[in-house]
Design a protein around this ligand. Structure first.
Ligand SMILES: [Zn+2]
Length: 203
């Protein structure tokens, strides 16, 4: 049995992603959601890198990836433990691939861009993720033109977080990198690769 992404999308939209009339909060999937402009998030991350200075650029980027990794692990872990997941997606899961497909179906409803392909090698425990229209890219290209390096830190953390949830026992058993970024190529496609972490303290 496979995950029907269109059915997940229909169900997701029918949940009504707006603030509760009483407390104003959007409680869905076992987590609190809110809606914020992409420019705010991207500018915030780029300001952080800038303020840390050129000599700390790699460290700053890894900090952002790590923050997203933790966030993905917590948020998608919450999503998989939610009543909505149990009702909509869990009955259709038979394999690890199905579970990832369910995560992708939900992720593609979040406004972050579109995961157009994912290749999961269960034996070697590797993941290749293709994202079209990553939310970082339009902002970067409009503001700076082409980048010299990949800049989609959140997606990199998400790729690793998925794998920790699918194959690990805790966060940081996997790591990911962005191997192709549309901010570099000027196109729309970014690609990410995740694998089991080989060394400790790889920040
Ligand atoms: Zn990218």
């Amino acid at each position: 049995m496979s995950i029907d992404h269109n059915a997940v999308r229909e169900a997701f939209l029918s949940m009504g992603l707006y603030g509760d009339p009483e407390n104003g909060l959007i409680r869905r999937f076992g987590v609190l959601l809110y809606i914020a402009p992409v420019d705010y998030w991207v500018a915030r991350e780029l300001d952080f890198i800038s303020k840390m200075g050129a000599s700390a650029r790699k460290l700053s980027e890894n900090v952002l990836i790590d923050a997203a990794h933790w966030c993905a692990y917590g948020t998608f872990g919450g999503i998989m433990a939610s009543a909505e997941w149990a009702a909509m997606i869990a009955p259709h899961i038979q394999t690890v691939h199905d579970k990832l497909s369910g995560l992708v179906a939900v992720t593609n409803c979040l406004g972050w861009g579109h995961i157009s392909d994912f290749q999961l090698d269960e034996q070697n425990q590797t993941l290749e993720l293709t994202v079209e229209h990553s939310y970082y890219v339009g902002y970067w290209l409009d503001k700076y033109g082409k980048s010299e390096r990949p800049i989609c830190y959140m997606w990199t953390g998400v790729a690793a977080g998925y794998m920790d949830l699918l194959f690990g026992n805790k966060v940081h058993e996997f790591a990911a990198e962005e191997v192709e970024c549309a901010a570099v190529t000027g196109g729309t496609r970014c690609r990410f690769r995740a694998e089991r972490l080989k060394k400790k303290f790889a920040l």
